[in-house]
Design a protein around this ligand. Structure first.
Ligand code: NAI
Ligand code: MG
Length: 356
């Protein structure tokens, strides 16, 4: 059941994360006033800047601090002076793994008022979810390098697919499909080229599918699937993939829906034994950071996903409607969407519509 007091761990992170997170909070506060939700935002400076000062992205007991919070609200992490694998493995991946956020969920929806880069497509054609396995698969620490720096150098990277991890992400996708009118799941595979893990993935997909006779399915190899995203976005409802395939699809999906700047995501712990984490799909955008021009909609839409997850569907729906209302007016759009509004102007406009 939804509680009306929400404790939110807030991590603005780096670059434009610090510019868009305040707009997400502004819109959440507006929704809170209207729907009687009180937010406690506990903000921390975990980031590459902290890494440069103190030598770690977050404190050693960092994840303990937020263990009992309702959710984590994150901006973006990454900065040019710190290698990306350091920032990713020092913050985002530990949160996703320790909090068992094994489902990375990204809605792909062509909002009213946005033009897709795909010719002739409207909101009725592009409305699906990408569900990415978020804690195992190709992104593993198993492997190593030998004979470094010599002609004989070897790099070996192992992928890890467990039955438990595979079954639960597939089930998550089928359960999500049950909440949607089309009730369809597509599996991303590559069992022709990858001959151990992907045939296993296909077998588990067939086994879980048998538990859901009410859900229609299809499966494609990842290569042709990327082409179908572009040529037939209307074929998809819920698309499930391994960590790597899901990562690729979940950037391609938002791109066909208009702009990386508006795309949201949830890192979900379906059992709710740990907080889930909500963040925009985009990164810290060093090329535009500090200018106040970043699009805050990815962050604001992520706030709506967070409210939905925490049982406040009315407030979530109100925020999405407000986004659609505001982007219908070119003057309220940020530059990446062809407008001239700055980050705060766009955020304020959405907050005002939410407040009503
Ligand atoms: P990016 O998403 O930061 O930027 C890609 C392009 O999109 C840039 O031209 C940027 O200006 C534009 N863009 C992104 N978000 C925007 C917004 N809200 N409004 C307007 N334009 C926007 O991806 P990139 O450049 O590959 O990565 C930059 C840093 O961010 C790296 O350190 C990377 O590791 C990190 N990163 C972090 C993520 C996370 O925290 N989950 C996700 C992706 C990247
Ligand atoms: Mg990615």
């Amino acid at each position: 059941a939804a509680t009306n007091r929400l404790k939110i761990a807030t991590i603005p992170g780096d670059g434009i994360g610090r510019e868009v997170v305040p707009e997400g909070m502004r819109v959440l506060e507006a929704a809170g006033r209207r729907f009687n939700i009180a937010f406690q935002f506990d903000e921390v400076d975990w980031s590459c800047e902290r890494y440069k000062k103190l030598g770690s992205m977050m404190p050693a007991d960092g994840l303990e601090q937020f263990r009992n919070h309702d959710a984590v609200f994150l901006g973006a992490v990454g900065w040019p002076e710190v290698p990306d694998h350091v920032s990713l493995w020092g913050l985002l991946i530990p949160i996703r793994r320790e909090y068992q956020q094994y489902a990375n969920v990204r809605p792909v929806r062509l909002l009213k008022g946005i033009t897709s880069p795909l010719a002739g497509r409207g909101p009725e054609d592009i409305d699906f979810y990408v569900v990415r396995e978020n804690v195992e698969g190709e992104y593993s620490e198993v492997g190593g390098r030998v004979y470094r720096g010599t002609e004989d150098e070897v790099a070996i990277q192992e992928a890890v697919f467990t039955r438990r991890g595979t079954d639960r992400i597939l089930r998550y996708a089928f359960e999500l499909a049950r909440t949607r009118p089309r009730r369809h799941v597509t599996s991303a595979t590559k069992s022709n080229g990858i001959i151990h893990s992907m045939p296993f993935w296909d077998e588990r997909f067939a086994a879980i599918k048998a538990e859901y006779p009410d859900i229609a399915t299809s499966q494609y190899h990842i290569d042709i699937l990327t082409a179908h995203f572009v040529q037939h976005p209307d074929w998809f409802d819920v698309v499930v993939g391994s960590n790597l395939f899901g990562d690729i699809l979940s950037d391609l999906g938002p791109a066909v829906a208009g702009s990386i700047g508006i795309a949201p995501s949830g890192n979900i712990n379906p059992e709710r034994t740990f907080p889930s984490m909500f963040e925009p799909v985009h990164g810290s955008a060093p090329d535009i950071a500090g200018k106040g021009i970043a699009n805050p909609i990815g962050q604001i839409w992520s706030a709506a996903m967070m409210l939905e997850h925490l049982g406040h569907s009315d407030a979530a729906a109100r925020i999405i409607e407000a986004i659609e209302t505001v982007i219908a007016d070119p003057a309220s759009r940020t530059r990446d969407m062809g407008g001239r509004a700055n980050t705060a102007e766009c955020g304020r406009a959405i907050a005002e519509v939410v407040a009503g």
